[in-house]
Write a protein that binds this ligand. Structure first.
Ligand SMILES: Nc1nc2c(c(=O)[nH]1)N[C@H]1C(S)=C(S)[C@@H](COP(=O)(O)OP(=O)(O)OC[C@H]3O[C@@H](n4cnc5c(N)ncnc54)[C@H](O)[C@@H]3O)O[C@H]1N2
Ligand code: MOO
Length: 414
């Protein structure tokens, strides 16, 4: 196990939790709102409380395919007489008189005069003579009008994230359009003279610009409108122009690269001139350097250039900010404990997020294995992973069999 001191382990490095809390203080919920139609509402956040336009269910209906009748008509000897049928969308019309029953399907209205349904498996039919095994109680297998909620009751409150279940609930309550917070606009670009767009050949010392694509992917998963400003060459005027353009059109501007200590870029100089930016050094790996501040009215996040570092800083630091700006509550990530299948190397100093695969062994115990090299430049180990192993600052390596804290990837990294 490595015991050597980590040169990055300086008291000045800020713990990521402390950084997140400090960053959150500096952004506000963007409260502008607009009306959207239900079919365009997925991923948006409600800006108004919504009440149901209908009772739920809107009418008494059957929970089973079977027969509807009046419970008090069952005397254990005489069959009931079949007088009609009630199908979903095609109700039985009229009153079911004493001593009779109606064939009924799941979801169909319970006819007037009936208060109970028996499933067809517990019924014997001989022509129109229907012998029914008595259910446990009057009202069995009936879903009553308004048993879930009454018309006018608030169902979803302002601030609710509209996911798939909410889409269904909104339709169920008859909400075809409603007010949501407007979508955040996030402009982003890459910096670095070594970067080439995909679809071109690479010259000596050049690499493809990958960060823009992973950042765009995460922005789409975060349900914001992304504005791709491309790769900006390392030239002071080009960078200044890009920041101006980005800050004019966006609520947040994200860049990747140029936030460390190198001297080959103008990003820092331009930011110092154009905005109020702080360069942070965080006790996290990947993702030590990070820049944050404001460019006019836009929030600025400068992610480190290393591909895994840019993803991890987005996930850990930028995504919580976007959630707050969208009016969503902060949810602490779910973690669990799992057994390491191998030794892992780490130097004390920074919190590490190591890419790994979480699975269950034959005994049903959670186990976790690294996906390969943990260099901040190795993005392929992200694609194979489904979780991070979180190693706290004081950890200086672990042996196979140790219990570790694991944070499964959420939808932003999926
Ligand atoms: N002397 C020091 N050097 C470095 C330190 C340090 O503390 N002292 N920190 C290291 C750490 S940690 C990180 S992370 C990186 C971050 O550096 P920058 O944000 O300034 O990023 P660059 O130098 O521009 O690039 C780093 C690396 O990533 C590649 N890159 C950049 N952009 C992209 C992109 N859009 N797509 C794909 N790959 C990209 C770039 O070619 C470099 O290899 O600094 C360390 N250095
Ligand atoms: O933060 Mo850097 O991401 O350690 O490579």
């Amino acid at each position: 196990m490595p015991t050597q001191a980590d040169p990055c382990s300086k008291p000045s490095l800020m713990h990521p939790d402390q950084a997140i809390a400090a960053l959150l203080e500096q952004v506000k919920h963007v409260t502008d709102s607009e009306i959207v139609a239900l079919q365009h509402a997925l991923g948006r956040v409600l800006a108004e409380d919504l009440a149901s336009h209908v009772d739920l269910p809107p009418f008494d209906n059957s929970a089973m395919d079977g027969y509807a009748f009046n419970f008090d008509d069952l005397d254990g000897t005489k069959p009931l007489t079949l007088i009609g049928e009630s199908f979903a969308g095609h109700p039985f019309v009229g009153q079911c008189p004493p001593g009779s029953c109606v064939r009924i399907m799941t979801g169909a209205p319970v006819p007037a005069g009936c208060d109970t349904v028996q499933m067809q498996e517990k019924v014997t039919a001989d022509g129109n003579n229907i012998s029914i095994e008595a259910p446990k109680a009057k009202g069995a297998n009936v879903r009553y009008r308004a048993e879930e909620l009454k018309k006018g009751t608030t169902v979803l409150k302002a601030g609710t994230y509209i996911g798939s279940a909410e889409m269904g609930v909104l339709a169920t309550i008859g909400a075809n359009q409603f007010r949501v917070y407007r979508q955040l606009k996030v402009a982003f670009f890459s910096t670095g003279d070594e970067l080439r767009p995909v679809g071109t050949d690479l010259g000596p010392g050049q690499i493809y610009d990958s960060n823009r694509y992973s950042i765009q992917g995460m922005l789409m998963r975060a349900n914001v409108e992304s504005i791709d400003l491309g790769v900006i060459e390392d030239n002071k005027e080009a960078i200044r122009q890009a920041f101006k353009e980005a800050a004019d059109c966006a609520d947040m501007v994200i860049t990747s690269g140029g936030v460390s200590v190198g001297d080959a870029d103008f990003t820092k100089q331009v930011l110092d001139e154009e905005g109020k930016i702080t360069f942070w050094k965080l006790a996290m790996k990947p993702g030590k350097p990070f820049a944050f501040g404001h460019l006019n009215n836009a929030v600025f996040c400068g992610l480190p250039g290393n591909p895994v570092s840019s993803m991890v800083t987005f996930y850990k630091l930028v995504w919580p900010l976007l959630q707050k700006m969208q009016g969503l509550p902060q949810a602490k990530p779910l973690t669990l404990s799992a057994t390491l299948t191998q030794d892992i190397r780490k130097l004390a100093g920074r919190v590490e997020y190591q890419r790994a695969v979480l699975s269950y062994n034959e005994q049903g115990d959670a186990q976790v294995s690294l996906t390969g090299g943990q260099s901040s430049g190795m993005l392929t180990s992200m694609t194979m992973a489904n979780c991070f192993i979180i190693l706290e600052q004081d950890c200086n390596g672990l042996t196979a069999g140790s219990q570790v804290t694991v944070e499964p990837f959420n939808s932003v990294l999926g």
